[in-house]
Structures are given as C-alpha cells and as structure tokens.
Design a protein around this ligand. Structure first.
Ligand SMILES: O=c1[nH]cc([C@@H]2O[C@H](COP(=O)(O)OP(=O)(O)OP(=O)(O)O)[C@@H](O)[C@H]2O)c(=O)[nH]1
Length: 522
C-alpha cells in the first residue's frame, strides 16, 4: 500500500470528521488528511444486547455518528460534505462492553475489571460518501473495525485510585489512555496501537485503497496530474459506488471540480477559533468546569451571568475545537482544557487594548515588542497580564523544548529574556546538574515571585536583572533565546546575536560552530 496517494485522494474533497475526540483529530491530521471537525450528536445508547458481537456494536455506533453529521450538514446547507468519517472505540472484556466511564466509581469498576487480564479494544469506523441531489441526501457507507488485544498488569488499589484521581480515565473508552499515564498499566499490546488510542490508521488507509483503487493498482502519479485530467476516469475507468457524486459529475462534464479550499478556509476560520477560545477563557468557562461534574449550557450561563443561547453556541464551538466534551449530562473539560492553566492567554489582548498600547504582534503576544520600549508603555496591571500569558504559553511547551535537545553536557545556561523562568525551571528539572540564570529587565523580574514552582530543583534557577542590549550578558555555557528574536528588526537581532557570539566561550570547535553549539533558538 502506498499511503500518500490514498490520503491524497481525499485532499480535494470536503472531508468531515464526525468526532470530538482530540486523539482522532490528531492521528488523522498527522497522517496529512485535511478535514473539518463536526462532532456527532448521536447518543451512544444503542442496545448492546441486540448486537451479535462487541465490534458490531462499535461499527453501528460509528456509522450512526457519521450519518447524524451528514444529515445535519445536509439539512443546514442543503449540501452535505463529500465524505464523513465516524469512529467509535470500545473495550470488550468477559462479554462486557466498556465505553467511557460516567464517573470515578465507574472508572474504578472498569479498571479493576481489566486489572491483570487481557482485553480487546475495538474501534469501528464508518466512511460515509455523500451526495446531495435535488435536495435529497444519498449516502454510501463503507465500514470496518480493528481489534487490538491489550494485557494489563495487576493494579493495586492505590495505583488505581491515583490514576483515577489524575482525571485521565474520564473521556477514554475502558477508562484508560494508553498514550499517556495509562500506558503504565499496560504490559503488552497485540495489534495496532493507534486503534487503542481511537483510530486504526493503517486499516483506514487500506480501506481507502480498496475504495479508491478497487483493482489493487495504486496510482503512483503525483496529485497535480490528477487534478488536471478530469476526475476518476484516469483510474482506469474503475469506479466504486463510494467514489461519490462529485466524480460522476466531473466525468460527465470533463472538468475536475475546483479543489475544496480547506487551507484557505482554515486560515479564515482560525480567527473565529481563537476568538472562541479567548472568549471562553475570559468568561472562565474552563475554570468553572475544571474537576467538577458536567454542566448543561443553561447552568453554565446561570453561573456566568450570560445568555443561555449564546453560551450554548460558545460551548459547542469549544467542543468542536476539542476543549470541551459534551455528553447527555452536559459539558466538561477535555484533557487539553485541564492542562495546567494555559487560560491566562486571554489576558493579553484585551488588557493591551485597554491601555491604548499597540497590541503585540506575536501570535498570542507573548512579548509586547521589545521589552525595554513597549513594556514602559504598559501599566503594572497590563504587564502582569502579559507575564501571565507568556508564562502560560511557555509552560505549555517548556518541557518539550527542554527535551528536544540533549543538553546534558552543559553545566550552566542563561535564558535571555527568560521572563518568569518557566523554561528555566523545565531545563532544571530535566538536567539536574544544570544551573540556569534568567536574564530579564528589572521591571519584569520584580513580578516573577508569584510564578515560581515549589519543590526540588528550584534552587538551580536564579534571576538576574539586566538589559540584553545594554548590560554584559551573564557567563554561561549555553544561551537560550526563546520567543524573543521576532520582537526586533533585523539590525537588533544581529546585534543581539553578535553579543551572544562574543559571550559564548570558545570551545574546541570554531567560533561559528561553537555559537551554534551553545545557543538554542526557540
Ligand atoms: O487508550 C485509549 N483508549 C481510548 C481513548 C479515547 O476514548 C474515546 C472513546 O470514546 P468514543 O469512541 O465514544 O469517542 P468520543 O471521544 O466520545 O468522541 P466522538 O465524538 O467520536 O464520539 C476516544 O476519544 C479515544 O480517543 C484514548 O484516548 N486512549
């Protein structure tokens, strides 16, 4: 199977993933598929006993999820997407089907049932090709499932409850996430790992190949040649029912339909997505739902003092964005929303605007222009808001940055413009012998005390006030320049890097490579 052409077959179609699962979205995005996310409203309440096997239940649920979205979209615009993908993941053990736990007690009974045993994870997938003709929706469903067998270790009561208290089990079939903490419970996996995570990518590609290359001949030609030559006839005239109406039309007229402008629409819509996120942050929606029971839109509106209708729309947007999940019991945070408070990101745009200062031009304004100029224009309150936003963002990525390079050979590092020290602390945690100096303006450092973590390794980090353009840079084996270069014009960037180059200790390497070896840009 050649993967790229198979996925490429879908690039010129309007594809919708009928799933709120962030994992499914991630798996398909990583595979290069372009799609919109429209979570299904299908209630997962099919009578399990009426299915001959657990996977039959998963496949039917996946199909109903996809069909609900296809019908809803068709009803709304009288135009359905070309393809809707639905999926459903379940765990089967001893004749029982386990879905997502409804509460901690349910998670406990699921996990204790799995302890020390082997179980099967089934993901049912439905690929629905749609055609809207004369106001009528025609669908063609292709479906399959994948099985993966998973062996659990014996789990002690203490471990079980510790895991449940982490909150991870709640939105996962069988009550565990093999890709995260739940991986520690697993002894062996037989089969496709991604199937357990929520989407059997390998089988999906094979299914697409079956649908789009029914003769078994995979098309090695690049996408460009496909576009220019009028649809599916180039596939040797072979056609499956699932090929969809678009191809049939294009074949009749001899013209390929223009590609669906997914990339362009994504760019346009990304504004709406961030606006929804900022609004939810500002209203403290995620704080309200953190660790609590799910709430209905009307209850959220009551607590926030907002309109029920508008709140419902905002909450649904957050579901589509993967920040909330929606069940019969109401809305609750997803893992992403529960991340250790990235929500202060909303603080920056509004407060900068209120002060009359120019909004910073970073994606989320982590740095309000050159700090020694712009920061003077901000009030203390605004500056604190900016610091919170920068801290929240830095914390999201700090560990990944710290582990993206092997920095174990360095004994000292200096984070230039390191602000609250979020990255410095992550570096200290990863490299116990590394001492990190955060070098930033005095007016920035005077606020950092409230951002310091407790616990070991904090003594490895120290703060030194200074101006990276004016003062001598502290001595260090490694200089970190994270999220600051973009704040300055080329001349200033050159000046800063020259200062860093002069400060770098010459090693065994030449001056230029020693600069590269002693500097990380993020
Ligand atoms: O190891 C893991 N096992 C399972 C998961 C996640 O569990 C859920 C399964 O639930 P379901 O198939 O009903 O899908 P939903 O999340 O409700 O989204 P839909 O909108 O598609 O119904 C799924 O998210 C898996 O990813 C896991 O993460 N790890």
């Amino acid at each position: 199977m050649v993967l790229c052409p198979v996925i490429r077959k879908l690039l010129h179609k309007r594809v919708v993933l009928a799933s709120a699962s962030p994992r499914r979205q991630e798996i398909l995005r990583q595979a290069g598929l372009r799609f919109e996310v429209v979570p299904s409203r299908f209630k997962e309440t099919l009578p399990k006993a009426s299915f001959p096997t657990p996977p039959a239940y998963a496949v039917e649920t996946a199909k109903q999820k996809a069909l609900e979205v296809a019908r809803r979209m068709h009803q709304k615009d009288l135009r359905a997407p070309d393809v809707v993908i639905g999926a459903d993941t379940i765990v089967a053990v001893g004749g029982l089907i386990l879905e997502k736990p409804v509460d901690k007690q349910d998670a406990y009974s699921m996990l204790s049932r799995l302890s020390g045993k082997e179980h099967s994870v089934f993901t049912g997938v439905a690929i629905v090709h749609c055609c809207s003709r004369d106001g009528r929706l025609d669908t063609d469903v292709s479906e399959f499932y994948e099985e993966t067998r998973v062996q659990f270790s014996e789990l002690s009561e203490e471990l079980l409850w510790e895991y449940i208290d982490s909150g991870e089990p709640m939105d996962k079939a069988g009550g565990y996430g093999i890709q995260a903490l739940g991986g520690m419970l697993v002894e062996q996996v037989h089969g496709d790992f991604l199937n357990v995570v929520g989407f059997p990518l390998n089988r999906f590609c094979k299914k697409l190949a079956e649908l789009y290359y029914p003769s078994g001949r995979e098309d090695p030609r690049p996408a460009q040649s496909h576009q220019g030559r009028g649809g599916r006839a180039e596939d040797g005239g072979e056609r499956t029912q699932a090929a969809g109406p678009e191809e049939a039309v294009s074949n009749r007229t001899g013209h390929s339909p223009p590609p669906f402008p997914t990339g362009l629409l994504e760019l346009v819509d990304s504004f709406k997505a961030s606006k929804a996120l900022f609004t939810a942050c500002k209203l403290k929606v995620f704080d309200l739902l953190k660790d609590g029971a799910p709430l209905k839109a009307v209850d959220v509106a009551g607590k926030l003092g907002t309109s029920a209708c508008g709140t419902g729309r905002l909450l649904d947007a957050c579901v589509a964005l993967g920040f909330l999940q929606k069940t019969d019991r109401g809305y609750s945070n997803t893992e992403t929303a529960n991340l250790d408070h990235p929500w202060d990101l909303s603080a920056r745009p509004e407060s900068a605007g209120r002060d009359g200062a120019d909004p910073p031009d970073g994606a989320l304004g982590e740095r309000a222009g050159p700090p020694n100029q712009a920061s003077c224009a901000h009030s203390e309150e605004t500056r604190l808001g900016l610091l919170r936003a920068m801290h929240s963002l830095a914390k999201l990525t700090a560990r990944h940055v710290a582990t993206a390079f092997d920095l174990s050979r360095f004994a000292s590092a200096c984070d230039l413009g390191g602000c609250t020290g979020a990255l410095a602390h992550a570096l200290a945690r990863e490299y116990p012998r590394l001492r990190v100096t955060v070098f930033d303006l005095p007016e920035v450092l005077q606020h950092v005390a409230g951002f310091q973590p407790d616990g070991p390794r904090t003594e490895q980090v120290s703060f030194l006030p200074g101006d990276i353009f004016e003062d001598s840079l502290p001595e260090a084996d490694l200089y970190v320049v994270s999220r600051i270069l973009r704040d300055w014009p080329d001349g200033k960037v050159h000046e800063l890097l020259s200062r860093v180059a002069r400060a770098c200790k010459p090693g065994e390497a030449t001056a230029s490579t020693s600069l590269l070896q002693n500097l990380i840009f993020v």
